[in-house]
Write a protein that binds this ligand. Structure first.
Ligand SMILES: *Cc1c(COP(=O)(O)O)cnc(C)c1O
Length: 334
C-alpha cells in the first residue's frame, strides 16, 4: 500500500500517465478478459459513476430508433427504466411486481420487441434475492446490470451487447465501474451525450481519457489475480453454488424459516429468508450481530433477513451462519 514494488510511492500517489499505472490497468483488463472469456470484439472500460450512471449512459449511447425493452424485476431494474425513459421510449415488457418481485418472469420471445435498440435486465436482483437462470429470448442486444453477480458464475459474454457493474459488491472497492461493450455499439451516441459518458471516448483512450479511480483499479487487478488463483469463474461458481445450497437447504429443511422464492429463480449471491414474525426477524438480526454475523437485515422495503454471500465470503462463513440459524431455531421454536 505504501511502497509499490520499490517505487517508494503508493499507487495512490502515482500519476495515471505513469508506465507503472499503465501496466496495472492493462493487466486488470487482460485478467478480466481472461476470467470472463470476453471476445476480442468487445471493449472493457474502467469508469466511474457507479452502475447508476450507466442507467443514463446506456440509453444515450445505444439510442438508434428510440425505443428499448426493460424487464422490471426489482428496484434497480425500475431505476434503470425510469432513467431510460428520460431519453427514449422505455417499455416495461415484463415484470414480477405483482408478487413483490419474488420470481423471474418466464416470457417467450413474443413478449419482446426484436427491433428495440436493446433489452435491459438485471441478472441478479440484489434486494429481492432472485436471479435469471436463463437469458431473455430477444433479438435485440441484451444489456445487463451485473453489479451483484459479475464473476460469481459463468456467463457467455458473446450473448450480450453490453454488461455493466459497479465494482463494490463482487470486484473491489467502490469508485470503479466496469463496462463490457460490443464494438459495434460504440460510436453512435446521441449528439447531446457528454463526452465523458460517450463509450467512444474511453474506448479510444483505453480508459485513460481523464483520471480513472487508480487505486480501485489496482485493487480490482489484485482481485482478478486472486480469482484466477482460485481457479477462475467456474471454480467460484461451484463454490457459490455450494454456499447457496447449504443455506437454502437449511431454510427449506426447517419449518421455522422460509424462502418466498421458487428454487429456479433463487439468487446465489443474496439469500433472503424469514421467520414467522417481524419481531423474531429483528431478534435474529440483533443476536446474530452479537455473534459477529453482521449485515443480515433485509432491505427496508422487504424485511426479514438477507445474507449477501459474494465471492469474498468463504464457505466457512456460511457454515457459521447456518449453525447460528439452527441454534436460534431451537431456542425460539414453539
Ligand atoms: C448496488 C447495485 C446498483 C447500484 O450501484 P451503484 O454503483 O451504487 O450506482 C445497481 N444495480 C444493482 C443490481 C446493484 O446491486
Amino acid at each position: 500500500m505504501l511502497d509499490y514494488e520499490g517505487s517508494g510511492m503508493s499507487v495512490m500517489e502515482m500519476t495515471h500517465r505513469s508506465k507503472t499505472f499503465l501496466e496495472i490497468i492493462r493487466e486488470a483488463e487482460r485478467l478480466l478478459r481472461e476470467l470472463m472469456n470476453v471476445p476480442l470484439n468487445y471493449k472493457i472500460l474502467f469508469l466511474q459513476g457507479g452502475a447508476t450512471l450507466q442507467f443514463s449512459a446506456v440509453p444515450m449511447n445505444l439510442y438508434r430508433k428510440g425505443k428499448a425493452d426493460y424487464i422490471i424485476t426489482g428496484q434497480w431494474a425500475k431505476k434503470a427504466a425510469d432513467e431510460g425513459a428520460r431519453y427514449l421510449e422505455a417499455r416495461c415488457v415484463s415484470t414480477s411486481k405483482d408478487k413483490n418481485f419474488t420470481y423471474i418472469p418466464a416470457d417467450g420471445p413474443e413478449a419482446f420487441d426484436g427491433d428495440a435498440d436493446y433489452c435491459h435486465f438485471t441478472t441478479n436482483n440484489t434486494v429481492y434475492g432472485t436471479r435469471f437462470a436463463s437469458l431473455p429470448e430477444t433479438r435485440a442486444p441484451l444489456v445487463a446490470d451485473m453489479s451483484s453477480c459479475i464473476l460469481s458464475e459463468v456467463y457467455d459474454v458473446s450473448k450480450f451487447g453490453l454488461i455493466y457493474a459497479g465494482a463494490q459488491k463482487n470486484i473491489g472497492p467502490a469508485g470503479l465501474t466496469v463496462v463490457i461493450v460490443r464494438e459495434d455499439l460504440i460510436g453512435n451516441a446521441l449528439p447531446s451525450t457528454p463526452l465523458i459518458l460517450d463509450y467512444k471516448t474511453h474506448a479510444d483512450d483505453e480508459s485513460l481519457h481523464n483520471t480513472p479511480p487508480t487505486y480501485a483499479v489496482y485493487i480490482a487487478m489484485l482481485m482478478f489475480r486472486w480469482l484466477k488463483e482460485q481457479g477462475g469463474v467456474a471454480a467460484m461458481q461451484r463454490q457459490n453454488e455450494a454456499k447457496a445450497k447449504l443455506l437454502y437447504d437449511c431454510i427449506d429443511g426447517s419449518s421455522f424459516y422460509e424462502s418466498h422464492i421458487a428454487p429456479r429463480d433463487r439468487s446465489l449471491m443474496n439469500i433472503l429468508f424469514f421467520t414467522r414474525s417481524e419481531e423474531l426477524d429483528k431478534k435474529f438480526v440483533k443476536e446474530a450481530t452479537a455473534e459477529g454475523l453482521v449485515s443480515l437485515g433485509g432491505y427496508r422495503t422487504v424485511g426479514g433477513m438477507r445474507a449477501s454471500v459474494y465471492n469474498a465470503m468463504p464457505y466457512e462463513g456460511v457454515e457459521k451462519l447456518v449453525g447460528f440459524m439452527k441454534d436460534f431455531e431451537a431456542k425460539n421454536s414453539r
